[in-house]
Design a protein around this ligand. Structure first.
Ligand SMILES: [Zn+2]
Length: 405
């Protein structure tokens, strides 16, 4: 390893890019786009990575994969930046706030800027790379399955071989500024939802015995799901089921028994076993309740993210490289996973690696009370961009150097 590609040297070099990265991030912040088609965002990213390597664009979505070829042959490392915004009307008062009805309220504008910064660091020192790096710019993270579309289109194999390691960073507006957090094993939940419909038979509210009321079994089912979580799953492996909406009848009418009653719930699990088990136990429970009341029930599960699993070895390297790059005290090992979902889990299901959280709470805010990611008031301190870029580039060098040993 030459002096120039040591983590501390990359961190120093990245800090010279900080203003440029902030400019890029603020440009992106003003043109947030939603879902899988992000044409303006893609153009802004492409303008910033021009000439750094080969670029492959997605077919079904506006994804881009930058392939930086190393000076020496070797395996590949994958770095990932997500690109999409949320349908949130921004209320931050920032002078670069979005005005188009969407908002980078989850900090993906910072992720793109970090990915661009890392790409420049890696391309500058490409002659010292003992292998290749592919940098994913991925649309549709917020529940649109963008990572899975890229995988289906072959983006894991963009360099010709399956990467040996994959890394991504996620910023949080309510985590302490500049701190990196992660943990070995599960970091984020398998997140998915379901729609449940009870089918009865409509009738007059004065004579329920002559029809089949679907509302009562639905209410029982919503309660029973909470009991099922505590009685059928280990208290040491959390499962979250939360009903988010219910729908039955008509709010102008008290005396009619409706034909159907339905509800939607989100489901979070932290192991493959529980993700599979819940899909078996929920229909069993709900069909039992329906049968007891003489109605029928349909349970439809929506596609879920996988549990985001960090490889323990990769977390060891993350901790070491953070120490080498920025000095001690910048990494904290998180005690618990978080219940949010993330489609980078699909990448980490195929390639060992790690996802790392980074605190970006502005120093004038108290991180314990700051508006969280997805809030219309979430504010991210973009002075973290240089360190984020340096960490991604350093992890790529680290994985390739170790593989060459
Ligand atoms: Zn996010």
């Amino acid at each position: 390893m030459s002096e120039a590609t040591k983590p501390s040297a990359l961190a120093a070099e990245a800090s010279k890019y900080l203003e440029t990265l902030q400019e890029i991030r603020r440009d992106l912040h003003q043109i947030p786009e939603f879902g899988l088609q992000l044409p303006q965002t893609l153009q802004r990213v492409l303008a910033s990575i021009h000439g750094l390597g080969t670029i492959t664009l997605g077919k079904q979505t506006t994804s881009a994969v930058l392939h930086i070829k190393g000076g020496q042959p070797g395996p590949t490392v994958l770095l990932r930046a997500d690109m999409d915004a949320l349908a949130v009307v921004e209320d931050t008062g920032l002078d670069f706030a979005s005005t188009n009805g969407f908002m980078h309220a989850c900090g993906h504008d910072l992720h793109m800027a970090m990915g661009i910064g890392a790409s420049h660091l890696l391309a500058t020192h490409a002659d010292e790379l003992k292998g290749d790096v592919i940098v994913w710019f991925q649309p549709g993270e917020e529940g649109h399955g963008g990572a899975d579309v890229m995988i289906d289109e072959g983006a894991l194999m963009a360099s010709g071989s399956l990467p040996i390691a994959a890394y991504g960073i996620h910023v949080f507006s309510s985590y302490p500024l500049g701190m990196f957090g992660s943990r070995p094993g599960p970091l984020m939940a398998a997140a998915g939802g379901m729609t449940v419909t009870f089918n009865g038979a409509g009738g007059h509210g004065s004579m329920p015995w002559l029809s089949k009321d679907p509302i009562t079994p639905m209410v029982e089912a919503i309660q029973a799901l909470q009991t099922m979580v505590t009685k059928r799953f280990s208290a040491f492996e959390p499962v979250v089921i939360n009903t988010g909406w219910i729908k039955a009848g008509d709010d102008h009418t008290d005396n009619v028994i409706p034909e159907t009653a339905s509800f939607g719930a989100t489901i979070r699990t932290f192991s493959k076993e529980n993700s599979e088990r819940i899909r078996k136990l929920v229909p069993e429970l709900l069909e039992g309740i329906a049968a007891a009341h003489g109605v029928s029930v349909e349970v439809e599960f929506h596609p879920a993210t996988k549990v985001l699993m960090n490889a323990p070895d990769a977390i060891d390297r993350v901790e070491t490289v953070i120490d080498q790059a920025f000095g001690p005290g910048r990494y904290w090992n998180m005690e618990h996973p978080i219940a949010g979902g993330e489609d980078f889990a699909s990448v980490l299901d195929a390639v060992p690696g790690a996802f790392i959280f980074m605190g970006a709470c502005p120093p004038e805010n108290d991180h314990l009370t700051a508006a969280t990611n997805h809030s219309n008031k979430a504010v991210f301190d973009d002075t973290v961009l240089a360190d984020g870029a340096a960490l991604l580039a350093s992890l790529a060098f680290d994985a390739l150097n170790r593989a060459a040993q």
